[in-house]
Design a protein around this ligand. Structure first.
Ligand SMILES: [Zn+2]
Ligand SMILES: [Zn+2]
Length: 395
C-alpha cells in the first residue's frame, strides 16, 4: 500500500540563515551546508552541499535539539537503519517531544539513554513490535532508558503516571504498563519506555517587555507552580512507606526522600530527623518542602534555610511552618480563594499536620499528604478540620 506523505515546505532562506547563525555554522553557503551534512549524514552520497529535503529535515532537527535540550545531542536521535534507507534524519524530532524528554532528564537528574528516536519507514517496518503508523516516523516518539527509573514494571508504572503530567503528552508505555491505565505485554521493549507527544506549542515562559506583561507572566507562573507541585505530589503516591512516628525511635527513615534532606535543613548526615529543640522533624512538612523543591520553587530553599533556625524559633514541623507564614501575613482562611498547590494546615489552634491542597468541593478539601496511612496518599477532609492555607507561589 502506498502511503500519502505530506512533505513540509523547505525553510525560507531567512530561516536557514537564522538557524545557521544560531548553531554557529557560519554563513549560509554551499561549503557550510556540506560541513553540516558531513557532521551528521551516514552516506557520502548525501553530502553534496545542496539544500534539499534531507538537509532541511536535518537542519530543523539539529536546531530543535540545540534550542530545546541541554542534555541531548542531535545524533542521539538518529535513525538506526545505518544508511540502508535514509540519511539518518528522515525527519526532525519535534520540539514538544524534545521538551518533554529534557523535562524528564532534568526531573530525574540521571543519565538517560535514547534507545530509539527517529525512524524511517524501512527501518520502522523491520522492527519487531513496531506499529506501521509509529510516531517515531514523525519525530513525536522516543524510547528511553534510565537506570533505577525504567527497569521494573513497578517503576515504569510510577514513571508513566509522571509522564502523563507533561505538556502535549500523548501516550506512553513500557513492558507491563501503559498510560491508558492498564497492563500490556511488550517484552520487545526490554526495560525502555516509549513516550510520545502531540505536536503543538511549547509551554515557554512569555517574554516580559512591559510592566503590564510582567504582571500577566507572574500570574501565569503562580498557577503553574501550584499545578506542578500537585502533579508532582501525585506521582509520589504510595511512596516513602514508613513509620508515621516521625522517627521517635531515633532510627532513620532511610529512603530516597529523607536521604534528599540528609545533612541539610536540620536532618543529620544519615537522613535522621533528630529530636533537637524539643521536637522531632515533621515528615509531613518535609514532604511539602520536598515537592516544592522538586518543582523548582525558590521558596523551598528559603524554607530549608529558615526552618532550621533555633534562634528564630523555627523547626521542621507544622506549627513552625504556619508561624513562619502567619508572620508574613500569608496565612489565609477564605477557602473560596485557595489555589491548587496551596500549603494547608490541619488542626484547630496549633496545626498538627501540613499537606498540599488539590481542590475543594462543597465543604470537602482534597489534599496530598506525605505521611498519612504510612506513605504518600490522597485524602479528603471537611474544611473545618483545617486552620488555613498559603497559596502558591508561597511568598
Ligand atoms: Zn533510516
Ligand atoms: Zn517507541
Amino acid at each position: 500500500m502506498k502511503r500519502k506523505v505530506t512533505k513540509m515546505a523547505l525553510l525560507t532562506l531567512a530561516k536557514r540563515k537564522e538557524y545557521f547563525k544560531f548553531l554557529g555554522l557560519g554563513e549560509y553557503n554551499k561549503e557550510n551546508i556540506k560541513k553540516l551534512q558531513k557532521k551528521y549524514f551516514t552516506r557520502s552520497k548525501d553530502i553534496d552541499g545542496i539544500y534539499g529535503q534531507n538537509t532541511d529535515y536535518l537542519l530543523r532537527h539539529v536546531y530543535n535539539v540545540k534550542k530545546v535540550c541541554k542534555n541531548f545531542e542531535p545524533q542521539e536521535f538518529k535513525c538506526e537503519c545505518g544508511g540502508k534507507y535514509c540519511t539518518g534524519y528522515p525527519t526532525q524530532m519535534r520540539a514538544t517531544e524534545l521538551y518533554n524528554l529534557q523535562t524528564i532528564r532534568t526531573h530525574f537528574g540521571k543519565p538517560m539513554r535514547i534507545t530509539s528516536g527517529l525512524r524511517c519507514r524501512g527501518y520502522n517496518n523491520s522492527l519487531r513490535g513496531s506499529s506501521s503508523s509509529s510516531k517515531h516516523m514523525q519525530g513525536l516518539a522516543t524510547d528511553f532508558y534510565i537506570a533505577g527509573v525504567t527497569d521494573s514494571v513497578a517503576r515504569r508504572k510510577s514513571l508513566i503516571s509522571y509522564l502523563k503530567t507533561l505538556p502535549n503528552f500523548d501516550y506512553a508505555y513500557g513492558n507491563g504498563w501503559c498510560s491508558l491505565g492498564y497492563s500490556i505485554s511488550a517484552s520487545y521493549m526490554g526495560n525502555a519506555v516509549h513516550i510520545q507527544s502531540k505536536d503543538g506549542a511549547l509551554p515557554t515562559a512569555k517574554k516580559t517587555t512591559t510592566a503590564k506583561k510582567t504582571t500577566t507572566s507572574a500570574k501565569a507562573t503562580t498557577t503553574d507552580i501550584g499545578t506542578k507541585v500537585i502533579n508532582f505530589a501525585s506521582t509520589q503516591k504510595g511512596k516513602y512507606k514508613s513509620r508515621t512516628n516521625h522517627g521517635k525511635d531515633g532510627k532513620p527513615y532511610s529512603n530516597k526522600f529523607t536521604k534528599y534532606f540528609a545533612g541539610k535543613g536540620g536532618i543529620n548526615s544519615k537522613g535522621e530527623m533528630p529530636k533537637t529543640y524539643g521536637y522531632v522533624a515533621g515528615y509531613c512538612t518535609l514532604f511539602v518542602v520536598y515537592c516544592l523543591k522538586q518543582c523548582g520553587s525558590p521558596v523551598a530553599d528559603e524554607l530549608l534555610k529558615n526552618l532550621n533556625s533555633k534562634a528564630k524559633g523555627y523547626w521542621w514541623h507544622s506549627p513552625s511552618l504556619m508561624k513562619y507564614y502567619k508572620k508574613k501575613g500569608l496565612l489565609k482562611t477564605d477557602w473560596s480563594k485557595a489555589k491548587k498547590g496551596a500549603i494547608v494546615f490541619k488542626g484547630s489552634k496549633s496545626p498538627t499536620h501540613t499537606c498540599l491542597f488539590d481542590k475543594i468541593s462543597g465543604s470537602t478539601v482534597y489534599t496530598w499528604d506525605g505521611n498519612v496511612g504510612g506513605g504518600v496518599t490522597y485524602n479528603s477532609r471537611k474544611k473545618s478540620a483545617f486552620i488555613g492555607y498559603v497559596n502558591p507561589p508561597y511568598k
